[in-house]
Write a new protein. Structure first.
Length: 320
């Protein structure tokens, strides 16, 4: 099922951009230019560098903005040695400063600066880690946007590249645990490739995204596996003279390659997960508030030794 969804998104993103329709001039709360790169959750199979990827690099209401975002991820993990091995709870918390700023015509830069504070249960008690995470910078270029008036559909297609800096601490002692992603950073320079396509008719629309994260080896000779993220979000715009609200319903998926240590593949570190999600954004004047809940539908993480329970997020933005 997930393979068909990925193929559909690939065809959808690249197949429809040849059609020319319109995109009428709109105020800041009516420009549905980027929902994500839902995709960050660049999460390296959990929360160690959660920053954007499936949670998104941009707002549904604000084309250009500065803001703050909080998201929480809940997991459980086990060593898997025995059928009755205990499961332990893990909580990943991130407060993130994020912004999307226009540079020149058709070019915008997104920046994500996360601070993580995670905790998990162990056989000997609770373990806590915290600190600044890996900063991500992403540049997007608008390849296509409808310009003529049309009563049918409007289209927008963007592509970009990004860089994740090793500003978060990588603790080598944690990478041998049940969940090697229990970190605040990967310790590596990673590279992002991203695309986004939005199709809209009147108040209804669909936002699709694809992104791929190329990860490199850190100075501890550990490399997290490359990560592919995809998402689709249906939305509806309701507006009046006082406010705008955008309810959202969609799906997201993440696929992880295996990790490597000393150029040797680390077993049970690849995996995939497929989510359903629901949320909204509410805007008034230059301010907006958003929330999302993301629940797993199917998953296979680290050979079944890690299970995702849920994710949720809140964000507060000021439109530039």
């Amino acid at each position: 099922m997930k393979k068909y969804i990925i193929v559909f998104l690939l065809i959808f993103q690249y197949g429809f951009t040849a059609e020319k329709d319109s995109l009428d001039p709109q105020n800041p709360f009516l420009k549905f230019h980027q929902f994500a790169s839902e995709l960050d959750e660049d999460c390296d199979a959990c929360g160690c560098s959660a920053s954007g990827g499936s949670m998104g690099f941009a707002s549904m209401l604000n084309t250009n903005f500065v803001g703050i975002r909080y998201f929480n991820q809940a997991y459980k993990s086990t060593d898997g040695l025995y059928s009755n091995s205990p499961w332990y709870k893990e909580n990943y918390n991130t407060v993130q400063l994020w912004a999307r700023i226009p540079i020149v015509k058709k070019v915008q830069i997104s920046a994500l600066v996360p601070y993580h504070f995670h905790n998990r249960e162990t056989a000997t008690g609770t373990q806590n880690i915290s600190g600044i995470g890996d900063i991500t910078v992403l540049g997007m270029y608008q390849l296509y946007q409808t310009t003529k008036n049309s009563s049918i559909f409007t289209h927008s297609f963007q592509a970009g590249v990004g860089l994740k800096l090793p500003t978060g601490k990588f603790d080598q002692a944690n990478n041998g645990s049940f969940n090697p992603s229990y970190q605040v950073g990967t310790g590596s320079w990673d590279y992002l490739l991203a695309t986004e396509y939005v199709i809209k008719r009147k108040q209804f629309g669909l936002n699709t995204l694809l992104n791929y994260v190329i990860k490199t080896e850190n100075d501890k000779n550990y490399r997290f596996g490359n990560q592919f993220n995809y998402a689709g979000t249906f939305f509806y715009l309701h507006q009046n003279d006082k406010f705008s609200i955008v309810p959202q319903l969609g799906f997201a998926g993440e696929v992880y390659d295996a990790n490597y240590q000393l150029n040797q593949k680390v077993r049970n570190t690849s995996g995939d997960i497929f989510f359903g999600k629901i949320g909204f954004e509410l805007g008034k004047d230059k301010l907006s508030l958003g929330a999302n809940i993301i629940l797993p539908i199917t998953q296979n993480l680290t050979g079944g030794n890690v299970e995702a329970n849920y994710r949720w997020s809140l964000n507060f933005n000021y439109s530039l």
